[in-house]
Design a protein around this ligand. Structure first.
Ligand code: NAG
Ligand code: NAG
Length: 358
């Protein structure tokens, strides 16, 4: 063999192996997706799904509509969302599906969205904080004055969850479900510099910080909601081929990956929606609280995400940054139930709370 031929073989073999494993990975990964097989109906229940015009949110909204729920889709682009809602109505045969404008990074928009629900709905049974954006190539500042990724993925949902808490408590056995990501484990949350004013902005850090914030918040919220009849869990949907990866203001590497690689190796949107559906529908999703789920099973989240001091600090900073009124805050039950309460009352209350969920 000539040296050229040898060089060709030496190059071709690893490239071939790489391509082959890429091609094999996808089907195997998809085949291992667990499916939410609950056959629960949701007639008479009201659900809110943020970011419901595409991806996981759309797949989730469709499935919940098929089960008879009233579905309120919170979307930032009504031109895009209305045809999606029409499609969901025709596929599910459920006409009780509405689209409302919601721009999570704009607190006035969040307040307007919540005010309409508070005025019109009797109760809310499931809130799925699904909307999310991936890191933008360059740092962007939202109208609320905070870095855009954290504002959308964290602050907006933080505010929304607070504003809807009254209606969630009015529903029996209500659930708040947060979509996070396994990338939360790479998240470094600098309480002093959440907006990347001092740290160098990198899109992957902005994303993983926001997803770490989601897990921290779920845990803190669960602690605060203990005994309230509302449970909250957080999940990683798996690696899913959605348009989040293909937005125009994306870092180029993410865009190219989303365009060419993720369709081959990632889960479909319907598959990606299974874990949030599981938490919305299963009995387990109604009685566990503060847990992290992957592929329809409870899993362990990163060590940093379990840091309850960090969660508490972030909670306090967030209350301030979204300008919550004192009356809108969710009190810390650990403070209320301190020395004055006798432990038997507390355990009784937990029991009552628990039976409400099931
Ligand atoms: C809203 O969606 C429509 C239809 O998909 C699209 O043409 C338009 O560019 C979107 N607007 C914004 C501001 O993204
Ligand atoms: C979800 O995440 C948001 C933003 O991080 C937070 O405000 C909210 O309390 C969380 N809710 C749940 C159910 O985890």
């Amino acid at each position: 063999m000539t040296p050229w031929a040898i060089a060709l073989v030496v190059l071709a073999v690893p490239i071939g192996i790489l391509l082959l494993s890429l091609l094999l990975f996808g089907p195997i990964y998809r085949a291992l997706t667990r499916k939410c097989s609950e056959n629960v109906r949701l007639d008479g229940k009201t659900v809110v799904v943020t970011g419901a015009s595409a991806g996981l949110g759309k797949a989730t909204a469709l499935e919940l509509a098929k089960r008879g729920a009233r579905v309120i889709m919170g979307c930032r682009n009504l031109t895009k969302a209305q045809p999606v809602a029409d499609d969901i109505i025709s596929k599910s045969g459920n006409t009780n599906v509405v689209v409302r404008h919601l721009e999570l990074s704009d607190f006035a928009s969040v307040r307007k969205f919540a005010a309409q629900i508070n005025a019109e709905e009797e109760a809310l049974h499931i809130l799925i904080n699904n909307a999310g954006i991936a890191g933008t190539k360059n740092k962007e500042v939202a109208s609320c004055g905070h870095e855009l990724v954290l504002a959308t993925n964290h602050y907006g949902h933080f505010l929304l969850t607070h504003l809807l808490m009254g209606k969630l408590k009015a529903g029996t056995s209500s659930r708040v479900i947060n979509v996070s990501s396994a990338l939360h484990a790479d998240g470094q949350l600098d309480i002093e510099d959440l907006n990347f004013d001092r740290r160098r902005y990198r899109f992957e850090h902005a994303y993983s910080q926001s997803k770490l914030a989601n897990v921290l918040f779920t845990k803190e919220l669960a602690r605060r909601l203990k005994g309230s009849g509302v449970v909250t869990n957080v999940l990683h949907p798996g690696s899913v081929n959605t348009e989040v990866l293909r937005r125009p203001n994306q870092a180029l590497s993410v865009f190219l990956f989303g365009r060419f690689i993720s369709p081959i190796i990632f889960r479909t949107e319907t598959q990606g929606a299974q874990t949030q559906l599981y938490l919305a529908l299963s009995e387990e999703g109604g009685c566990e609280s503060g847990c992290y789920y992957v592929n329809c099973r409870k899993a362990r989240s990163s060590r940093e995400s379990c840091d309850s001091d960090l969660a508490k600090k972030l909670w306090e900073v967030s209350c301030k940054n979204v300008h919550l009124e004192p009356a809108e805050m969710i009190p810390d039950s650990r403070l209320d139930s301190s020395s004055s309460e006798n432990p038997r009352d507390a355990s009784q209350r937990r029991r009552i709370g628990h039976s409400d969920f099931t």
